[in-house]
Every structure is written in C-alpha cells, then in structure tokens.
Design a protein around this ligand. Sequence first.
Ligand code: MN
Ligand code: MN
Length: 458
Amino acid sequence: MERKNVWTGYTKKNLAELEKLNKNYRQFLDKGKTERECVAETIRLAEKAGYRSLPEVMKSGEQVKAGDKVYAAFMEKTIALFHIGTKEIEKGMNILGAHLDSPRLDLKQNPLYEDTELAYLDTHYYGGIKKYQWVTIPLAIHGVVAKKDGTVTNISIGEEEEDPVFCISDLLIHLAGEQMEKKAAKVIEGEALNLLVGNIPLKEEEKDAVKANILKLLKEKYDMDEEDFLSAELEVVPAGKARECGLDRSMILAYGQDDRVCAYTSLEAMLDLKKVKRTACCILVDKEEIGSVGATGMQSRFFENTVAELLNCMGEYSELKLRRLLANSRMLSSDVSAAFDPEFAASFEKKNTAYFAKGIVFNKYTGARGKSSSNDANAEYIADLRRILDKKGVAYQTAELGKVDFGGGGTIAYILALYGMQVIDCGVAVMNMHAPWEITSKADVYEAKRCYTAFLED
Ligand code: MN
Ligand code: MN
C-alpha cells in the first residue's frame, strides 16, 4: 500500500491555498506560545468569522438556532466552538478536537534566587522533554501574573527584536569529560533547568543584590512583588518566530506544533464552513501533555456542561437528549504523529509509519505495549472516513507511533469515546516531536485542513 508524495500532484490553485494557509498558521504559532495566548487568538479569529460568546447569548435569553455560530471559553485555556446545523442536533455532531498546550518549562512558585552574583528563575518542566535540548538556546517568558486585588497582568518577554531573551547554561566541552560519559537522561537533570536572568547588583544592597535588582525591575515594569510569583503562570518557551524550513521551503520549523498544527487547521476548517447539516463542533483543550487532567483538560466536565447549556439555549435540553447527542456524535481526535526520520530509521516500522508529504495520518490505535490505554477505532467508522476522504481527494496515510514495544503515547481520543461516540486518532506528522523546534511538512498542514473540511461537511 504505497502512498504518493503529494507535492507533484498540486495545481497552481492548490499551491496558492497551501501557501496562504501555512503563512496564517505560522502567524498563529507566533501569537500563541501558551494555551492562554492560543485561546485569545482563537476567540479573535472566531469573532471575526461571526461567532458569538455562548455565555453572552445565554445572558441575553436569545434562542440558538440553525446557522448560529457560538463559542465558549473556559478559564482562558480551553474553548469549544459550535456551528449549528439544520439537522436535529440529537442526531449528533461532527466534532474536531485537538490540544493547545505544549511541552515547556514552567516557573516554580518560588523561582527567584541568586548564586554567585547571578540571578536565576527555577523551573519545573511540563510534558515530556529531552532536558538536554533546552540548554544554550534563546528562551522567552510568557504568561500571567494574578494579583490579590484581582488584576491579571499578561507577560511576554523575548519575542520582539529589542526584547532581552533568557538562557539555561551548559558546561563547556573543554571541561565536560565526566558529563559526556553520562546517560542522555542525566546529562542535564530537571533540577538543573534554571533560567539565567541577571548579573547587575543593586547598589546599597549587601545580600543578594543581583536578585534585589531583578525584583526592582519586576516592580517597575510589571508592578509585581516577589510574593506575586505565587499566583503566576509563567511559561518558558523557545524565543523566536515560526520559520519556513528547507531550500525549497517545503517545511515549517517552529515551537509548539504538537498540537497547535492540528488545533489551527481544525479551527480554520471550522471557521470556513458555510452551511452545515450536522452541527459542527471544534474543541481545543489544555493539559493533554500531562494526562488531560484538571478543569481545563479533556477529562473535565467543561465540554459536556457546555453542550448541555447549548441544548438549553436551543430550547431542547433534557438529560436523555444530551446523552443521545453525544453518543450519536463522531469525532476526529487530532494529535500529531511521529514522522519517519531516516536518521533514526531503526525506531520505525516502515510499512506502518507516517511520512512527510503523504497527507493527514490516521492512527486506528495509539497507546503502549499491547495497545494499552488506546482508543481503538471501529473498522466501520474508518471505512466511512475512507469514503469521505476519497470522495474529496484528500491525501491520508495510516501509522503507528514507532515500532511495537519501543514506547508509545496517549491522546484525548479515549475520553470522548466514553460517551459512546465514534472516535479516531488522526493528525499531522511531526519530526523531532517535543523538541524546542519541531518540523512539519506544509503539504501535510494543507491536507489536514482539507480532511477536517471534508469531515465537517459530510
Ligand atoms: Mn500532542
Ligand atoms: Mn505531545
């Protein structure tokens, strides 16, 4: 079962659409380096496309009807969008799901300290990372500081040309004899991920004068005291913009493509919809990288509650209707797949691996070892998806995450499947996933959006 490289089959029109989509995608990545920033940008784009806030519609007492477009965000980190179809909603929705959180380094609650006249911010990594990849690269700080008076300050340092950036140091090679003998997991350990933030001491200060100077700057620039770190969410991410990659510009090199590549293409497909029969829904969630936990992760009742509120706004709420609606729905649960990397060929099984430029990837199952913790999609559902995609000429491939017994991974798919709906894992192939800079193929970004559009319109 050979799959063709899609590039040579594209018309001029295809290529123009592909370039436009990828340019917008890079802008989305630049604007959204945290889940909060992604939700803010999603709201901006949705409102531009005619979406209204569901809580506000609820307040107005207005009834939601076919053709209406509404969204509900929660804690500024997760969002659900609905485009109401003409068909009875109880017959189910077509749902696209993806996650907005990405691996990174979070500042600890009490992060600031001084050692040998250098000031540092201590971090705790979020999600699965190879720690040694995060040293000696320019880093930015994004996030919020919430204060006791109820104000919340947005912070973003390190993205503008004139901004300073931050760095985690590594030992010079000349002295690294002992370090180089260590296992990769131990070369840089979690507790060593300390962000270098300053070296100028504050005059008149005797003890920790460099730290005191940093505190003075934080007060001046952000009106924040050291105690305010206690109620801050500050995320350390690679500094810099998403870039085209390769002499032929065929790829994208950027931070956070897991899973914003699926989130953005799902959102684009959703916002582009004209008129739908089945109600279309797009959910973009937080906390996938740490197990879909918390109020803003997929395991939260937020989604179910929001669908209940939506039904109520349509004048159709009942517990039974809600359950039927969810059970009759079908979903593309999108998360990135591992792209085959010839440099690490031994980790992949070539027949069942995702390749660049061969379209969106379907994973019947994910999980680890004997498919443990996976949502194993139904054959009948896959057959129906084949019908939809072949009819629209969408390029797709099927894959597993590497060789059997080599590792594995989970997604949000199994959580939605608990409602009894049809769910399958799919997404875009990514090279060096979870690294500070990840690579995708522009062609796959394009095919992902085409797939989502075909799915929502069916
Ligand atoms: Mn992911
Ligand atoms: Mn991931």
